[in-house]
Design a protein around this ligand. Structure first.
Ligand code: ZN
Length: 431
């Protein structure tokens, strides 16, 4: 007997059972790639999209039928640059691990409830948190963790005060500077840091590749690791079949990173034309964030030094996006919120719509980001996700409204998302 959705939802909420097969009937499909909607029906079996058809789909008896009501069905959203462990508010007293963990879980819940079924953590979050979510113990999106960010001494990941002693590399834990980074100078220590992350379960490696805004002692113009250190990180990651993403703003930093094998640049706001051409020629990704750089300069808790640096890099926004479009550079969708600012997540959709069509923004937030995350190669243990295609993972959103015309509907995810499915399981629905 085919079951109605309502009965199944009760089972999901009460934690007693979940169905193995779902049939979405009467939906308009945004497949993650094409800039149009296709009317049809989608069958999900054991977490996988098993059939897509414009005709009615005949199914086994135990399928749960979901009447899509002509709503839009999209792949789940993906954010390429998240830091789950950086959400203790700036004005909150205390920074004990208990607090960091609690705010991490709150952030994870927020992202999944906003339709983000996958995130790439750009450093800080221990891979054990990804495992806890996979086990079903914690609620949240699929996480591709980078582990501890690898930073040189006096780099953007060196968050110590001047009076703090330098941590000894051997014999201490992997998280040694502001809980999110590991300090590694020289080829040998870089290799240890990268391999330690891989051992812990990192799916890609994050390095600090140049000066940053929120650290106090490294000006934006600084070049961080040496070519030999970058090569060491790239080689150790490559030996595991994965890649390195690097924080960087300036052309000089980006050139050094690209020439030494880094495959994904984070931010890149001060890039010039010749460097963008180099990036495109090497098929390197520039992962962009718009909202955080609009907001950073006026955020509470910044020192004058931090604020000056924020304004310096934010001025490059228009130029960067122009070059990404000019050279057709893969960019995806990412946010980089910290201090609990992820409530601005819906604005990332509308801010992007000032430069790209809604379909292009949704492509960034689904298929394009998934393609970038899948650069983790064999360390991606989840198969293909990010598009609505037969044989691909069933991360699906049933959307109220017309997202290909108006991305402001995501300002209220609770009313925009009629249903969120991750890995073939309904995690939330208002149907
Ligand atoms: Zn970041």
């Amino acid at each position: 007997m085919k079951r109605l959705l309502a009965a199944t939802i009760f089972a999901v909420v009460s934690g007693t059972a979940y169905a193995e097969s779902y049939l979405f009937e009467n939906v308009r499909i945004f497949n993650g790639v094409d800039d149009r909607l296709t009317a049809g029906h989608v069958l999900v079996d054991n977490g996988i999209i098993s059939k897509i058809s414009s005709e009615q789909i005949d199914t086994a008896d135990d399928v749960v039928v979901i009447d899509g009501g002509n709503r839009v069905l999209s792949p789940g959203f993906i954010d390429l640059h998240v830091h789950l462990t950086m959400h203790v508010p700036a004005d909150q007293p205390g920074d004990h691990g208990t607090l960091i963990g609690a705010y991490s879980v709150a952030a994870a819940k927020f992202f999944l409830d906003s339709g983000f079924t996958t995130i790439r953590d750009a450093g800080g979050t221990h891979p054990d948190l990804a495992r806890a979510i996979n086990s079903g113990s914690l609620y949240g999106p699929r996480v591709f963790p980078s582990g501890a960010i690898v930073s040189q001494t006096a780099g953007h990941g060196d968050w110590r005060n001047r009076s703090d002693p330098h941590p000894s590399h051997i014999g201490a834990g992997p998280y040694m500077a502001g809980d999110n980074s590991i300090l590694a100078d020289g080829v040998e220590k870089t290799l240890i840091a990268v391999r330690e992350n891989l051992k812990n379960g990192a799916t890609q490696i994050k390095i600090m590749g140049g000066g940053g805004v929120m650290s106090d002692f490294d000006p934006i113009h600084t070049l961080q690791p040496s070519p030999a250190e970058i090569q060491a990180a790239v080689q150790a990651a490559g030996d595991w079949g994965t890649y390195v993403l690097a924080h960087a703003y300036t052309s000089e930093a980006i050139q050094r990173l690209v020439e030494n094998g880094v495959k994904c640049i984070e931010h890149g706001l001060l890039i010039d034309d010749a460097t963008a051409r180099l990036v495109a020629k090497n098929n390197v990704v520039i992962s962009t964030q718009i909202t955080i750089f609009k907001a950073l300069g006026s955020m509470a808790g910044l020192s004058d030094n931090n604020r000056e640096k924020a304004e310096l890099v934010a001025a490059g926004q228009e130029n960067l996006i122009g070059l990404i479009n000019k050279y057709d550079i893969l960019t995806g969708f990412s946010t980089d919120f910290i201090y609990g600012q992820y409530h601005m997540l819906p604005q990332e959709f509308t801010n992007r719509a000032e430069y790209w069509s809604p379909a292009e923004v949704l492509n960034q937030a689904t298929a394009q980001s998934a393609k970038i995350i899948r650069m983790a190669g064999k360390l991606n243990r989840y198969g293909n996700f990010g598009e609505i295609r037969e044989g691909w993972v069933a991360d699906l959103l049933l959307i109220n409204g017309e997202p290909l015309q108006d991305l402001s509907i995501f300002a209220d995810p609770g009313s925009a998302l009629a249903l969120i499915m991750k890995d073939g399981e309904i995690v939330k629905t208002t149907l």
